[in-house]
Each structure stands twice: as structure tokens, then as C-alpha cells.
Ligand binder design. Sequence first.
Ligand code: 5AD
Ligand code: FES
Length: 347
Amino acid sequence: MKNLIDQLYLEHILSKDDILFLLNNLTKIEDVDYLHKKARDASQIYYDDNVYMRGLIEFTNYCKNDCLYCGIRHSNKFASRYRLSELEILECCEEGSRLGYKTFVLQGGEDPYYNDDRILSMIKLIKESYPDNAITLSFGEKSYESYKKYYDAGVDRYLLRHETYSKSLYENLHPNMSFENRIECLKNLKTIGYQVGAGFMVGLPGQTNEDFVEDLFFLKELSPHMVGIGPFIPQKDTPLANKEKGTLEKTCILLSIIRLMLPKVLLPATTALGSINPKGRELGLKSGANVVMPNLSPVNVRDKYALYDGKICTGDEAAHCRQCIEKRIESAGFKVDMSRGDHFDRR
Ligand code: 5AD
Ligand code: FES
């Protein structure tokens, strides 16, 4: 086991069979600890003990899609919908800037109200007020032309998880969406020049270790700048309400393997990971993650962006999260880094 981990640490690649072997057989605590330790070593080479901070603004929970796992899916009649105005978004940025954030992540459902004109106007306003900040967008699938317009307006990064690289599982979970289009979008984002984030959920109903091998090899080939992974967590008003959630252990193993395969990647310890275990984000960092994305959304809408049940931080002010997460990061042995936190190759 240790030989394989060492080989992955040195060469950043193994055969598919060997990766599957790791996923099937990493059961002994000492092996898992060794994997996490090597992943943390790999992270330190490029990023030291730094943890990069992104301020997350969840600006709309309207969504035209119907992803089976997601609490803001179109068919969820119990979701209480909101959309922030331009002014409200700017207020979030102002608070974020005051707290020291140099990256704003604008995330939302696929909301037709936010057409390209409205998105471009929002980008322009944020750029004018915060010219030194990085802007990250994350609101799903758009045409090449739309992605290009946002990029030309000054957007730096785009997050679009592939969710799963199993085409059959993808299509079962995403009615009226196409797996091919998802992958095409990621390729377009890279071609345009964005720092791109892909990623997947861990523990989806029916997901196997063979599926994870495909996720990992897809990531290796795409070579994104960021990878977001987190456990699947059921949301009570979705068709997957009664399914099992993904585990902390499996998510941390996958975080470590991703760090070893893509040593320079920016890898968040996600809110979902913090939501299934009180120490989830700290354990994610110790497994090779190096980014956290505290919430800057106004407190009165926080609990409405309910992708899954039991989401942490839904009642907390941005300033409270900023302090809380700083303490957690430091007590786990890491350093808070408030710089833009660009990918190592983009500095
Ligand atoms: N559990 C965990 N993660 C979820 N996401 C959406 N719904 C859930 C859920 N029920 C993730 C998806 C999406 C990201 C914004 O949140 O991976 O890309
Ligand atoms: Fe929000 Fe801890 S990060 S309360």
C-alpha cells in the first residue's frame, strides 16, 4: 500500500487498476494516515501551510434545472426563492472587502433572470469598486460566447463541477441535461483562459469506486486549477431524501488522491464536508485541501440556499464565520492567507 502511495506522490499518476486497488483497500488507519500525510506534504511544496480564503456570495436560488439531489431544484415547491439585487451583491462585496477577502465567488442556480446583460453589469460594478480582487463565477452551463463575454469583462475563474464522470449516473441524476455538454463547457472555459474548477460529489446513490477512478482520470486529463469535492448529503424535499449520505472518510481519501495526482491544484475543504462532521473542514485540510470558502451572503437568505440538509453557518454573520474559520485553520496547524490565491502557475 505504502509503495503505491509513494509512487503516486513521486509520479502523480498510477494505473487505473492501482487507483482502484487503493480505493478498495485503504482500510487500515495507518495506511490512510500515510496517504493523508503524503498529500499534505505535496500541498506544502507549492502552497506551504497556507489556506486561501474565498468569500462566497450565493446570489440566487432560482434554478431552471431539476438535479435529483439538489434542494434548489426547479420542482422543489418548498424552496423559498430569493435573488439578490445588484445593490445587495455589492453590499456583500463591501463587507467581504472589509473582512479582507480578495476573491469573491458569485454562485447561483441556473436562473434565467440573470441573463448576460445583468451578469455583465454586475461584473462591471464589482470590478470598478474592487479592481484588485479576483472574481469567480459559478452558475452552471452557458454558451461559449457567454463565458467569453464574462471573461473579457474581467472575470478570472469559473467553477463548474462535472458532478460525476459516469455518464449513466450523470444522466439519471440530471433530467434534461447532457453529460457531453457539461464536459464541453469545462473544455470551453479552459480554452477561453479561465482558471477552471471541476469536481464531483462523493457517495451518490449507486456510485462505485470504479466511478471514482473515472472521475480522477478525467480530472488528471482536464487538469483544472481547482477541484471541488464534497459528500452527497440528502435534502428532505428531493427525490433522494431517503438515500445514504457520503462519508467523511471517503471524501478525505479522495481529497488526498486528488492532491497527489494534481499537486498544484487549489482544493477546498468544502462546506458540505464541514456539515457532515464538526471537524470536517479541518480534516479536509489535513488530507491535502488548501482553500475554504466562508459565506458572505446576507444572513436573511442564508438558510434558503439549502442544497442539502444540515448546512453549517446558515445563521452566522460573515464576520463571525471569518473569525470562526480563522481559529479552526490555525488550531489545525495552518495559516490563513487572505491574498487572491491564484493557482501556482498563474501567479
Ligand atoms: N449534497 C452535496 N452537495 C450538493 N450539491 C448540490 N446538491 C448537493 C447535495 N444534496 C453540490 C453540487 C453543486 C455544488 C454547488 O453543490 O456538486 O455543483
Ligand atoms: Fe461559519 Fe464557523 S465558519 S460559523
